[in-house]
Design a protein around this ligand. Sequence first.
Ligand SMILES: [Zn+2]
Length: 385
Amino acid sequence: MSRRTETLPLLAPTPGVERSLVVHRYGREGARPKVYLQAALHADEWPGLMALHHLLPLLDDADAAGRIVGEIVVVPYANPLGMDNRLGGIVSGRYAYDGSGNYNRDWADLAPLVKDRLNGPLSGDVAADVTRVRGALREALDDLPDRTPTMQWRKTLMRLSADADHVLDLHCDGEAEPHLYANEARAGTAMTLAQAMGIGIVLLEEEAGGGAFDTAPVELWWRLAEAGVAEAEHLPAVCFGATIELRGKNDVSDELGRQDAAGLMRFLARIGALASGAADGLTPPPDGLSTAYRLDAVDTVNAPIAGLVAYQRPLGAMVEEGEVVAVLIDPAAVPGENRVEVTTAQTGRLFTYNEHRLVQPGDRLVKVVGDKPLGYRKKGSLLED
Ligand SMILES: [Zn+2]
């Protein structure tokens, strides 16, 4: 079956403006595993756009060769609302202009909605219950509110993705080494993904909090039991979701896009969405490249004052607890008092920088990941705004 490309209309924000999402569908609808991929949910994070640009022809080739086993849904740009948010020539990204907040927070808590439509206990027969929950989920998604452009856009993305077995949300950091976030309930799949894509840092959480897009369909499967649905405790962690941080905002090139697309193809083959076939033409990453860490072992080092940033260690450096990772320069202070040293609380790898070099108090400067859980990092509030 060949690719189907659809254009889904979004609510017009103003007269004379039309918005839409493009969706490419591969494989038979309802085939498993279903994999959903999207890029640039935060609107100003473009490496994922390049990765999916290079993935589509590979999927077309696999399709022509009859290698698509599951259902693969690709949304090559997830957020036309945010991509249109320009201020002074710059796409501001991340936060909606309509006051609804961070585009990747507060996605619907699906468990109470699904519970309402289940109307009674599950059976304890896992396969039958998974089918029944998915049916109730689709009904619940159809009933999500859609009275504003943002609500209708969120509902559209949720209806495309929430019943998938794998949800891959392609993001990036300011300046960074590649890393990914996933739930520890599916640590094995997270490592398979990281290894397929050559990603060295895997950040696993029990409960990140914040309602990130990829966590809504993942957490549904255990939140049903918490919501009081009888027999739901037998449900496995059906959905795997990952937020994949493809380096930094300006790491956009054909070469990196080809590399990431090849990595995604390797993952699709490893989870059985693609029948194995011809090699994708790029050498796979070496085994043992990826390391799993707890998300609460990431030190997010923030700026204590406003100032100009002088990083003291390169991206990827191994640093020690107490080590100076950056100096903030306060141009308003007198000489001798105008340099403030900033240290890390973690021993480990420095893997992100803020891309801006003039910061205000509270701005995140770097992230350092190691083995020691950090007391100030609390389960349920592990993501930044
Ligand atoms: Zn993002």
